[in-house]
Design a protein around this ligand. Structure first.
Ligand code: FAD
Ligand code: SIN
Length: 523
């Protein structure tokens, strides 16, 4: 099938939906999403969204905290723009129907605090903020007559001059996007979506690693598509590991214990119940995430233990049950009463700071292709994202991209000469184990060699092993009918390759990139 739409959006998380709602008055919008529309990292966000809403806080402080967490390599102008725009974007979320908790009087938002923040500035909805944001935006999008949401449609590749038979390299000037090829997961048919403007909002790539808080859909599809289309990507060495995922090895994805709990007073402890963060940072359990995750990793390696503890008992029973109902219920379901027991935790891959390089308008290096949300790299996060700045970045850049796209769409037509996908001669691969086993291998390689602490040798090992996996999978791809699991595996391999390549190129320890070979010797 062939479709023509003004605005094509890939992804129905906070970034895709926010963009869709803004451009909808100006043309037909089609949202493709590979699972159920509500599924994605957005709905699992717990802590909340950071913004300066009152005079007790200031833009300067939020800017400062973001720059400090980013370890000196954020784009300062982007940081300033994003943080100053935040209150307007929050008010829009409220207008779309998103409810944030309010204080006792109901006049002001109730604000939480998280690691790296010098003030209480996290707007939240109990400990399930993402679910509330996703609900509000999805309901608004479903009611809009110009927005069509198509579930179980898996975008495979963006269409460029390459599909018209031209040679495209990363040096080709003026690469253009004409839309995407997408697999209808119910019929296994590959459709052609021609679009005047395309937005990638495909989320993160946490499933590159064996332990991650991200849902199974986070397989770096957008980044891999842009890589194949020869677009510019950046900062992928900065994978953020959240310090406190619930230790429950059988469970995938790992359940998150929000940093807001440390903001409310919970402290990290070793297996003997002793605090240890004083050895690593004066901000203790509320130091930025890269520092806390490395400290936990180090303590686990020194003691040979699989997990440490978060002690939330000091917060008090009432506040724990009322303020963190999701976490309380989850822990209770596996026999842990967080009002009485310490919570077993370990770090897990959580957020990709890098991605598709975009300008202030969210436009990528490929013309008419925008990116927003976790799949993009704006320069806001630098070497390490400040907690709760991700949802904020997504709404700010969805807005900027929408404003630019509304202008762009007026001067662009559909590329009628784009051919349909050619699947001739392909056979259905009936050995799923080839895919599932390779995925597991890949995730273990990345966890063991390209994790929180790296070294030249570990990166080399990962690269060599990845090469073999890459060759085997490309061979499978060249003779098989394309399926979602195969496509995701190829994307995970591409993302892993890019993480390793960028990690090897970064010759200084900064932010989340930490190599034993780059520790500066004191003279
Ligand atoms: P997502 O919400 O992940 O949505 C991606 C969408 O793309 C999905 O609809 C998916 O189906 C679709 N998609 C992907 N690939 C394809 C494809 N090939 N074809 C079609 N569709 C595709 N950040 C904060 O700021 N505050 C928090 O409190 C917070 N808590 C978090 C808690 C958890 C457990 C996790 C995992 C993350 C948290 N984050 C938080 C990070 C934040 O939630 C995400 O970065 C953000 O929600 C990403 O939004 P998004 O719209 O970019 O992507
Ligand atoms: C959390 O609630 O700890 C996650 C916040 C984030 O990822 O920004």
């Amino acid at each position: 099938m062939r479709y023509e739409v003004d605005f094509l959006v890939v992804g129905s998380g906070i970034a895709g939906l926010s963009f869709a709602l803004k451009v909808a008055p100006y043309g037909k919008v089609c949202i493709l999403t590979k699972g159920d529309a509500a599924e994605g990292s957005t709905r699992y966000a717990q802590g909340g969204i950071a913004a300066v809403m009152y005079d007790s806080d200031s833009f300067d402080k939020h800017i400062h905290d973001t720059l400090v967490a980013g370890d000196g390599i954020c784009d300062r102008e982007v940081v300033e723009m994003t943080i100053r725009e935040a209150p307007d974007r929050i008010r829009e979320l409220v207008q779309y129907g998103v409810n944030f908790d309010r204080d006792r009087g109901g006049d002001k938002f109730d604000l939480h605090r998280e690691g790296g923040h010098s003030e209480f500035r996290i707007l939240h909805h109990k400990d399930n903020t993402g679910e509330e944001i996703e609900r509000g935006l999805l309901e608004a999008a479903r009611q809009h007559p110009n927005i069509e949401i198509k579930e179980r449609q898996f975008a495979i590749d963006i269409i460029t001059q390459h599909h018209l038979g031209q040679r495209v390299t990363k040096h080709t000037p003026g690469i253009e996007c004409y839309g995407v090829y997408a697999l209808d997961c119910d019929t296994n048919r590959i459709d052609t979506y021609l679009a005047k403007v395309t937005l990638l909002a495909t989320g993160g790539m946490g499933n590159v690693y064996s332990t991650t808080t991200t849902p199974v859909i986070s397989t770096g599809d957008g980044v891999a598509m842009v890589h194949r289309a020869r677009g510019v990507l950046s900062d992928l060495e900065f994978m953020q590991f959240h310090p406190t995922s619930l230790y429950n090895p059988a469970e995938k994805p790992a359940f998150l214990i929000t940093e807001a709990m440390r903001g409310a007073g919970a402290v990290l402890k070793d297996r003997d119940g002793k605090e240890f963060m004083q050895k690593y940072d004066s901000r203790l359990s509320l130091a930025p995430r890269d520092i806390v995750a490395r400290a936990i990793d180090n303590e686990m390696k020194l003691s040979g233990k699989d997990y440490l503890y978060l002690d939330a008992r000091g917060i008090g029973r009432k506040q724990l049950i009322e303020g963190f109902p999701t976490i309380y219920a989850k822990c209770l379901s596996i026999g842990i009463d967080i009002t009485r027991d310490m919570i077993p935790i370990r770090p897990a891959a959580h957020y990709q700071c890098g991605g598709i390089k975009v300008d202030r308008n969210g436009e990528s290096s490929i013309k008419h292709l925008y990116a927003a949300g976790e799949c993009s790299c704006t320069g806001l996060h630098g070497g390490n994202r400040l907690a709760s700045n991700s949802l904020l970045e997504a709404v700010v850049y969805a807005h900027n991209a929408a404003m630019d796209a509304i202008d762009t769409v007026k001067g662009v037509g559909f590329k009628a000469e784009v051919p349909d996908w050619n699947a001739e001669g392909m056979v259905l691969n009936e050995e799923m184990v080839l895919i599932t086993q390779t995925k597991r291998e890949l995730q273990e390689i990345m966890w063991n060699y390209v994790g929180i602490v790296r070294s030249d040798l570990r990166l080399q090992r990962a690269f060599d092993r990845l090469n073999l996996i890459f060759r085997e999978t490309e061979d499978l791809y060249n003779r098989s009918v394309l399926t979602e699991p195969l496509s995701e595996l190829r994307n995970l391999i591409a993302c892993s390759y890019l993480i390793i390549k960028m990690a090897r190129a970064r010759r200084k320890n900064v932010g989340l990139h930490y190599s034993l070979d780059l520790i500066e010797k004191k003279v």
